[in-house]
Design a protein around this ligand. Structure first.
Ligand code: ARG
Length: 489
């Protein structure tokens, strides 16, 4: 009933149609006596968002046009006129002088309609051996491929910041946590390199996604291929695709490339969110492990003392809509028969938004981590709480007294209880205290109780010892350089 209240819709009677345009659509309206209802036009139009595909659409039209000429399907004269016209359209769009109108539905029809205005009859020949179905699939693949490259660059920059900060803090100790409870001392460099690894795998996921998506749907036409002697390899090559897609029906209906992209975006967003959460915790008054720079903090409008980690919280939050985008497209696709259905027009908004938000998030995270001040004293002080070196004492009992680990675990448990009872840390217990629980303990065991010692001794591959962190850093930097080189190819 709401629609009857609308001025543009019919007054009172919802059955009376209000023509958005009395004329049938000039591009497909041959079998229509009249134009669409205003609401039909509104629900059908995608130009509001797919104008973001303009560059890709123009590149694709140019490749298609040149191929048509080479294949002898289009005259050189018409081909020339079309290419000139497309260049003019491109200039108009770049200059913001192009008129977008919902009546023309989408970017493909906008380009063609304007081309017709500019060059007349030859414009109508561009759509030979092509459909909007293979057009949009091609444009969208190119768009996602470009987004993958931008995101890879963003991930690389963030990794670089993590490498630099990890290098600075290869020896800085802080409590390592499990269950958010004190577990064992670790180095801050080691902690940061954990994120380097996550973002490295993210880059791998985007690389895999890029390799799989980089096949051209162009030439699949509506769904079944075409009767014209087109050269799909040529258009694929011109657009930077590795090869044409094998199956025309798959080519126009596949959106798994976008799903895979959104899955990779979601996982990267989750990694950013986890780091965001750590920054919130580390910057809190209870922890004070880090201080975020003024540039990446906000104040409160009422409480003058406040310094809030808004950016870190927002990166934590942004994982939500990005994961939502993946879900949105999964649900859109799940019931669709082959081949193209208009449902698929709804693939773009979530994909564009997710990519944009992830790109922004990567830049913000790089800025925050580069800028933050590390409070080494607060980190070191925190390691004196929570009996972080209890495992080290158990290891000493195993290594020096040949005690079975399970028994050592029990002995140290009793020692921890004693320390807790006395209200001191393990390293503050006297040798006499320790001997009370296990008479064979010597002064040497007390050395095992220092956090520096505990950290330095964790030299196993992938361990937290500063020595290990330094060699891990070297390997990480080499991998990072190689990945950047590969990305440029
Ligand atoms: N705007 C459409 C989309 O984004 C283009 C393809 C339209 N194809 C069609 N058969 N109506 O999906």
């Amino acid at each position: 009933m709401k629609r009857s209240k609308k001025k543009s819709a019919a007054k009172g009677n919802p059955r009376t149609h209000s023509r958005a345009n009395p004329q049938a659509n000039p591009l497909w309206g041959g079998r229509f006596a009249s134009g669409p209802d205003a609401l039909m036009e509104q629900v059908n139009a995608s130009i509001g968002f797919d104008k973001a595909l303009a560059t890709q659409d123009l590149a694709q039209s140019r490749a298609h046009c040149s191929m048509l000429v080479k294949a002898g399907i289009l005259s050189a004269k018409d081909g020339h006129a079309i290419l000139k016209g497309l260049a003019a359209v491109e200039r108009e769009i770049a200059a913001g002088a192009f008129t977008f109108a919902p009546a023309l539905e989408d970017i493909h029809m906008h380009v063609e309609a304007r081309l017709a205005e500019l060059i007349g009859e030859p414009a109508g020949r561009l759509h030979t051996a092509r459909s909007r179905n293979d057009q949009v699939a091609t444009d969208f693949r190119i768009w996602v491929r470009d987004a993958v490259d931008r995101i890879d660059a963003g991930l690389s920059s963030l990794q670089r910041v993590l490498l630099d900060r990890a290098h600075e803090h290869a020896e800085t100790v802080l409590p390592g946590l499990t269950h958010l409870q004190p577990a064992q001392p670790v180095t801050f460099g080691h902690h940061l390199l954990a994120y380097f690894e996550m973002f490295d795998r993210d880059r791998g996921r985007f690389r895999d996604c890029r390799a799989r998506l980089n096949e051209s749907p162009l030439g699949a036409a509506a769904l079944a291929g075409t009767t014209y002697p087109i050269d799909r390899k040529a258009t694929a090559k011109a657009l930077g695709f590795a090869r044409p897609m094998e199956n025309s029906m798959d080519a126009v209906s596949a959106r798994d490339f976008a799903l895979e992209f959104l899955a990779a975006c979601s996982i990267a967003a989750v990694h950013l969110s986890r780091l965001g959460e750590e920054l919130v915790i580390w910057a809190s008054a209870r922890f004070r492990f880090v201080r975020l720079s003024d540039a990446f903090s906000t104040g409160s409008s009422i409480m003058p003392q406040k310094r809030n980690p808004d950016a870190a919280e927002l990166l934590r939050a942004k994982a939500g809509p990005i994961i939502g985008a993946l879900n949105s497209l999964l649900v859109t696709m799940k019931g669709l028969p082959l081949t193209y259905s208009k449902d698929m027009q709804e693939d773009k908004v979530p994909t564009f938004a997710a990519a944009e938000q992830l790109e922004l998030s990567l830049q913000v995270m790089a800025g925050m981590v580069a800028d933050l001040t590390v409070n080494k004293d607060a980190m070191r002080a925190a390691t004196s709480e929570g009996f972080l070196t209890a495992t080290d004492l158990a290891d000493w009992l195993v290594q020096e007294l040949d005690m079975p680990f399970r028994e050592a675990h029990g002995v140290v448990g009793r020692i921890v209880r004693l320390a807790e009872h006395k209200g001191v840390g393990l390293e503050q217990l006297s040798l006499g205290d320790l001997k009370l629980v296990e008479p064979r303990i010597t002064a040497d065991a007390q050395r095992a109780l220092s956090v520096e010692n505990a950290v330095a001794r964790r030299r196993s591959h992938g361990g937290t010892a500063p020595k290990q962190v330094r060699s891990a850093l070297k390997r990480a930097r080499a991998r990072w350089k190689q990945a950047n080189k590969d990305a440029k190819r």
